[in-house]
Design a protein around this ligand. Sequence first.
Ligand SMILES: NC(=O)C1=CN([C@@H]2O[C@H](COP(=O)(O)OP(=O)(O)OC[C@H]3O[C@@H](n4cnc5c(N)ncnc54)[C@H](OP(=O)(O)O)[C@@H]3O)[C@@H](O)[C@H]2O)C=CC1
Ligand SMILES: O=C(O)CCC(=O)C(=O)O
Length: 424
Amino acid sequence: MLYKEPAPIKDRENPFESMMSRFNIAAEVLGLDEETYNVLKSPTRQVIVNIPVTMDDGKVRVFEGYRVIHSTILGPSKGGIRYAPDVFLDEVKALAAWMTWKCAVVDIPYGGAKGGIICDPFTMSAGEIERLTRAYTSALADTFGPDQDIPAPDMGTGPREMAWLMDEYSKTKGSTVHAVVTGKPLVLGGSLGRVEATGRGVMVSAMAAMDKLGMDPSKSTAAIQGFGNVGAWAAKLMAERGVKILGISDVSGAYWNDNGIDIEDAIEYKNAHNGRLEGYKGAELMDPDELLTSKVDVIIPAAVEDVITIKNVDKIQARLIVEGANGPTSYKADNIINEKGIMVVPDILANSGGVTVSYFEWVQNRMGFKWTLDRVNERAERIMNESFERVYAASQKYNVPMRIAAYIVAIDKVAMTYKYRGGF
Ligand SMILES: NC(=O)C1=CN([C@@H]2O[C@H](COP(=O)(O)OP(=O)(O)OC[C@H]3O[C@@H](n4cnc5c(N)ncnc54)[C@H](OP(=O)(O)O)[C@@H]3O)[C@@H](O)[C@H]2O)C=CC1
Ligand SMILES: O=C(O)CCC(=O)C(=O)O
């Protein structure tokens, strides 16, 4: 199989630096004062926990876990939990800050947080993952809370882990607390539409961007990196809008079909093969490094950070990049992207459909009332389109690319709220 070990951390770009470099540009354009700059640039709280877990062979293994609260200025902090072998603190810090900016861009009353555990869920049994999730929850029971800090899924986690988290947290409180976590299974108070929400938001923002660029979806092609929750749903919904998906990928490799990949078929294959595309016959194997530079109109990175860098940005042929993943573009590649005239719908806008529907889930939990799928989708789509227009208007007003415009919209909102609250 084509599995590649993650690059050692010292060889990787630092996502927190990438976040800060855009933050600095936007802060300068806005003329942000020094006090507010200092408050917003650093996380409020960083928690590191060591989690002993009894493995199936009876031995105890200790896992390192993180929860970073970047900001609570807009409201309780919100953000997913990542299970990955190479997750590291500066990455979680960046992801937490991106949550602050993302919630501000879509104007929902949350601050930003993110969690992570260094582990490889693909090599662990369900029992081991459950014990790890419960131990992490209990170690962070004082941090989490429906009015404090509300986790959700991210890479390597999903409704199953959120159910264990909700159950374990509820035990520590002595009563069922649905609203402590979002992205739960439907029977445990999850929202209709949450599973597909991030991919749907990616599709909605891609359609909005294509409209601005005068691109006809039914005459356009796309390549999508990552075929997990975000990538697979984005692929399916883009295909339903007529976009021909020529390339897809996951850790097992990249797959290409000149005539367009049958996305329903690829999803069915993945679901029947332990969540991976390995061995998929509906497309040819291709070099994964060439997927994002292939000849397509739209690329959607929907896996990990720093996959568009100074090493490959020159070769990108697409007119539009829609960032399903958080932080897929290194800040060092920004100038070249801008010089090439490529439009980027940045992560903090493009993938905000997930947290938007998480917010709806939290609202429903607190109301004790379930919304219909139509209501969820219609409201999420409206928020995505309004947010896109807000960011587009800021990009015109300040004559900056969409990414900096999104930071400007976000920082402006958080800074103004900070001022009204009267400091901390
Ligand atoms: N889930 C959500 O609601 C949200 C997620 N995001 C972001 O979207 C991205 C993807 O998250 P999500 O879909 O939830 O995660 P999943 O774990 O569901 O899927 C991740 C996908 O990326 C693939 N992948 C991992 N590394 C690589 C690589 N180097 N090259 C190609 N593919 C790779 C995985 O392959 P394999 O399965 O083979 O390991 C898998 O297909 C992350 O950046 C996340 O932070 C952003 C907003 C919300
Ligand atoms: O749904 C949420 O609350 C957060 C999802 C998330 O982690 C993200 O948007 O990056």
